[in-house]
Design a binder for this molecule. Sequence first.
Ligand SMILES: [Zn+2]
Length: 328
Amino acid sequence: MSAHATDLHRDAVIWDTHGGFSPFADLDLSFLERWLASGVTYLSVNVGYDHVITWQDTVRAIAHFRRWIALHPRSFALAATTDDIALAKRDCKLAIAFDLEGTDALDGNIEMIALYYRLGVRQMLLAYNRTNRFAGGCHDEDMGLTPLGREAIAEMNRIGMVVDCSHTSHRSTMEMMERSSAPVVFSHSNPRALCDHGRNIRDDQIKACAATGGVIGINGVGAFLGDNDISARRMVEHIDYVAQLVGPDHVGLGLDYLPDVEEVPKLFARYPHAWPGYTAADMMANRFAPPELLPEITDLLVARGYSDSDVRGILGENFLRVARQVWQ
Ligand SMILES: [Zn+2]
């Protein structure tokens, strides 16, 4: 790693828009030290996803995670505002907020959005893989938003929760981006032009996201990067594709990393309907790029000729810009 890239990585705000581990209410979060050691400033921790985690499980997980963070103040801090993230950077801590994948956690009530915001949830996607009462899922019929989905977007805009389009059907995402009055993100979605997978997104989605002022977070999931290649080089190819298409101000990182590789195959065996079209063998073989890969990504971006300000944008300032505009 070049000395210049090392300095840039150390000084940058590094933003990981989505962690891939499940929100179990007895989880020891000590593994989050790995994000801190890799230079990460902010991580969005998942607190629920459709079909597997009930709204009661989500509330239990939030209670547990908030308490765990409060009991480990030397390394971690809950981020309610972007000022909290600046303080965490200054104090060499990992700032944490929460996200929801899907709307099972709302139990059909948009009133829950403001409550979750108060509890630390800063982004939410409407449908996780399968179609639900709000929107179409990316592995289900390509339908648009339902009336409830449209209400949810308006309420998220009102409250200051970031609208996230990952995992949701093409038509629903296009409607979400058209309707939202605030920038919209894909927290962890890769370009389909480089890997033709149902979880990946098309160029028109990438362009529509950028047009809202939003950001696409590139994930480190082998199946979505292609050929199960989780190298920094492959991730930078995906970053570069989005940067070439819509500019470097609209691309970031959402690794989707989980430390326990056995978690997904176990959950798949129990809740196969959450991941239609996947096989147990795929789930067993799937690899995930760890946060330790991040310095090499910085190094490769510098080597590719990205300017310092572009590299800082991709590593975190682009998503920070969205948070400054949307969070209240
Ligand atoms: Zn996901």
